[in-house]
Design a protein around this ligand. Structure first.
Ligand code: ATP
Ligand code: MG
Ligand code: FE
Length: 343
């Protein structure tokens, strides 16, 4: 099975050919970050236009690089949501055209299912599994009882982790996307300002980051008003320690409560050094198997979309050509449906 996968949900245009949901034959990614930097964030209209400029050429190149003949492509997969509607539409139109012209099935794919199944590209997911999704728009704990069965057990009630990092970075004077700057500062700082841990109710697997973000902004503003140096290293370290401690605690508790065999870290923030180091240590101590995709499969890419789409391909669960972009597509509803065994 050779799936041609397309990802255009936000500010990366990506096309990949994935064999059997595991072997990446090509994975081209074109980032628009330099364009959006000037605006301090992703501008939806600009993102759509950039996707249009590059998508056709990238499809040609990805096919060529994979060495797979057009007639040997089994299906066309594309991110259907969540994401920016105008950006999603560019990938969807390209995917529909290809599916129609080549007479191949179309598989509308969930972006977060992609982030989770990125873990399957370089390792074997074992069930039940617990996924900790940390990205620019999502912060979630997702239980996978079996392959392709997604159950949301907790999510952020306000900001996503990546979003909080970007806002804190901006307050500390760094350009978009600021996550990596805060991470680096935090890792190098010798001490940390003390900031709150937001646990919510005792049994909750939800997260809340806006209070912590406000606490950081308060510290920065107070320093500025007093004419003092803002001590950005200490602030970054305090912020990162608070975020990481809560993420790690809740993830480990969820693994235990649901009897998961593995913890799957994924999403763009999975490259965070503090989070990786802390989670790796903790999982070693607790004897929990931890999977983290390599860097290129943590940030947005089409290979992960090919990996997730393969779940649907195996069960012939295709999408019709009148498919629409779904900016808030539900992960649970995207689960694979298993046919009842006939008596
Ligand atoms: P979603 O997947 O929820 O739709 P997205 O695709 O925009 O959102 P990703 O591309 O997965 O998000 O991740 C981008 C986010 O990751 C940005 O907010 C960025 O600041 C953050 N990020 C990247 N590197 C780091 C890091 N080292 N530490 C913290 N955050 C980081
Ligand atoms: Mg991105
Ligand atoms: Fe993403």
């Amino acid at each position: 099975c050779h799936i041609l996968a397309i990802e255009t949900s936000c500010d990366e245009t990506s096309v990949s050919i994935v064999k059997d949901g595991k072997i990446v034959l090509s994975n081209l990614v074109s980032s628009q970050i330099e364009t959006h930097k000037a605006f301090g964030g992703v501008v939806p209209e600009v993102a759509s236009r950039k996707h249009v400029e590059s998508i056709t050429l990238m499809i040609e190149e990805a096919i060529q690089e994979s060495g797979v003949a057009l007639e040997d492509i089994s299906a066309i997969a594309v991110t259907q949501g969540p994401g920016l509607v105008g950006a999603l539409l560019v990938g969807i139109m390209a995917a529909k055209s290809l599916a129609f012209a080549l007479d191949k099935p179309l598989i509308g794919t969930h972006h977060i299912a992609g982030h989770i199944y990125a873990n399957n590209l370089t390792a074997e997911i074992q069930y039940p599994s617990m996924a900790l999704v940390v990205s620019g728009g999502h912060t979630e704990l997702v239980l996978l009882e079996s392959e392709g069965q997604f159950q949301l057990i907790g999510s952020t009630r306000d900001d996503a982790v990546g979003e909080a990092y970007d806002k804190v970075a901006r307050a500390l004077g760094f350009p978009y996307p600021g996550g990596p700057y805060v991470d680096n500062l935090a890792m190098e700082a010798e001490s940390a300002v003390s900031l709150p841990r937001v646990w919510l109710e005792a049994n909750s697997y939800d997260f809340s980051l806006s209070g912590l973000k406000s606490a950081v902004l308060n510290v920065v503003n107070q320093k500025k008003m007093r004419g003092e140096e803002p001590m950005i290293g200490e602030i970054a370290r305090g912020f990162q320690e608070s975020v990481v401690e809560v993420l790690v605690e809740k993830a480990v508790r969820a693994v235990r409560q649901y009897g998961a065999k593995q913890l799957l870290l994924c999403g763009g923030v999975a490259v965070n050094r503090g989070l990786r180091a802390n989670l790796t240590d903790r999982c070693e101590k607790e004897k929990i198997e931890l999977l983290i995709p390599p860097f290129e499969y943590c940030t947005d890419n089409a290979a992960m979309i090919g990996a997730a789409a393969y779940l649907k391909w195996k069960h012939s669960q295709f999408t019709t050509l009148d498919m629409k972009a779904e900016p808030s597509l539900s992960l649970e509803k995207w689960s694979v449906t298993y046919q009842p065994v006939e008596q």
